[in-house]
Design a protein around this ligand. Structure first.
Ligand SMILES: Cc1cc2nc3c(=O)[nH]c(=O)nc-3n(C[C@H](O)[C@H](O)[C@H](O)COP(=O)(O)OP(=O)(O)OC[C@H]3O[C@@H](n4cnc5c(N)ncnc54)[C@H](O)[C@@H]3O)c2cc1C
Length: 385
């Protein structure tokens, strides 16, 4: 089906990103994979490419384009090449929406130029060792000082993408106890400088997939956070999270669809080259049927991902629609990538083949940003169930 989401500018950007990935990422990706992270300097290259500033207003050093379509192009191009940009994905996907929505003029002037230049990489810390899906249960606290100049942060976070390299982390913490009638009350958001005394990065976690992404534990011991780094109003953090989760979930949905599309491409290429019993794997009817079924699923996921992208750009993507897109696209990707791996036989299990890495990388899409079960709960609620 003809796609209508992208125009000439997006296609020109696609060509630039494709060339960049081929030159700067593909040749060194194995080294990143072995090191378990992207070198910090690479983020300056991404900044030079202009990818951090696309949606940032011009007065703060960005391009001022109010659209997620360029990000969508990047998801497609990285998946196509079988690579990722490591933990830097959260900088724009998770960090920027909070600055856009909550930062004061003074904060924007302080944060955004360094955000665009890659000097300050951002991450978002919601999850704690004891609570992920049930965010209202978080235990990290931020106590306001008597003179109101700062907050004292104590607690721990885990699974934080970009947590090793991050220079500023949006930390969700309790500033007040929950109300009896509202467990979500009392959470606030802080843009915490990671060089603050008492802030420490724990283990870089050893994961099943997303090997080049620096996912870390964080700990806070009496970290003094200046009051100027409170984002938005005190105690309203949960509603801010709720407002930004649709864009995060769209990003995961779109990324998963792009991975499924790439998997079909990898498999299609492989089965035409590999011969068994004297003929190509592509010549078996089972292979044709498998790939045809996968293509049909990818087409459907593409339509959903594109529609969600248009709705997001129009400011109309609801929580339930984002949940639905995430559920659908990530479940499609899970099925499609598995079937495409199967067509590779034993080579599909080898990390030197992109399909193997894609299989491992994709698994978390049904977990982070809210699990598939949580997505179903949100959709069911919107149905009045
Ligand atoms: C690689 C990776 C990167 C991540 N990056 C970040 C990050 O940058 N920042 C951040 O804050 N977090 C991050 N996370 C955390 C992620 O968002 C959580 O892991 C996720 O929300 C699930 O929470 P949990 O792990 O505590 O699982 P749990 O909440 O303990 O869930 C366990 C099981 O219970 C099920 N369950 C939970 N609630 C319900 C329900 N109501 N009904 C039915 N079943 C339910 C879940 O679906 C799941 O199957 C990351 C996680 C991973 C793995």
């Amino acid at each position: 089906m003809r796609r209508t989401v992208f125009n000439e500018d997006h296609e020109a950007f696609r060509a630039t990103v494709r060339a960049f990935v081929e030159a700067e990422v593909v040749p060194v990706y194995d080294d990143w994979y072995a090191a378990g992270q992207v070198p910090r300097d690479f983020y300056y290259k991404l900044a030079e490419l202009g990818v951090f500033g696309i949606r940032v207003p011009e007065e703060y050093g960005g391009a001022g384009i109010d659209s997620h379509k360029f990000e969508a192009v990047m998801y497609e191009e990285t998946a196509r090449a079988g690579v990722t940009f490591g933990g830097s994905g959260v900088h724009v996907l998770l960090g920027l929406p909070y600055i856009e929505m909550l930062a004061t003029e003074e904060q924007k002037k302080r944060y955004l130029p360094k955000f665009v230049s890659g000097e300050e990489m951002w991450a978002l810390a919601m999850t704690e060792p004891g609570t992920g899906s049930d965010l209202a249960g978080m235990k990290t606290t931020a106590k306001r000082s008597a003179d109101g100049t700062h907050y004292v942060l104590n607690g721990a976070k885990t699974f934080i993408t970009g947590g090793v390299h991050a220079d500023r982390v949006i930390v969700c913490a309790r500033t007040s106890a929950p109300r009896e009638d509202d467990r979500r009350f009392g959470i606030s958001l802080f843009a915490v400088d990671t060089t603050s005394a008492g802030y420490s990065v724990g283990r870089k976690l050893d994961k099943l997939g997303l090997k080049v992404s620096d996912t870390a534990e964080l700990a806070f011991t009496d970290v003094k956070v200046p009051a100027e780094d409170l984002l938005g109003e005190e105690n309203k953090g949960f509603s801010y999270l709720g407002r930004n989760l649709p864009s995060e979930r769209w990003g995961i949905a779109f990324g998963a669809y792009a991975q499924a599309k790439a998997a079909v491409r990898f498999a299609q290429r492989y089965v035409q080259e590999r011969t068994v019993f004297g003929k190509t794997v592509a010549s078996f009817q089972n292979t044709k049927f498998e790939l045809a079924a996968c293509q049909a699923e990818v087409d459907a996921a593409e339509a959903v991902a594109d529609r969600a992208l248009e709705a997001l750009d129009a400011g109309e993507l609801t929580a339930a629609e984002a949940a639905s897109a995430k559920l659908f696209c990530t479940e499609v990707a899970h099925r499609v990538i598995d079937r495409c791996l199967q067509l590779h036989g034993g080579y599909g299990f080898m990390n030197e083949y992109p399909i193997a890495r894609l299989y491992a990388d994709n698994r978390v899409n049904r977990i982070y940003g809210g699990t598939s079960e949580v997505m179903k709960s949100i959709i069911a609620k919107s149905m009045g169930l």
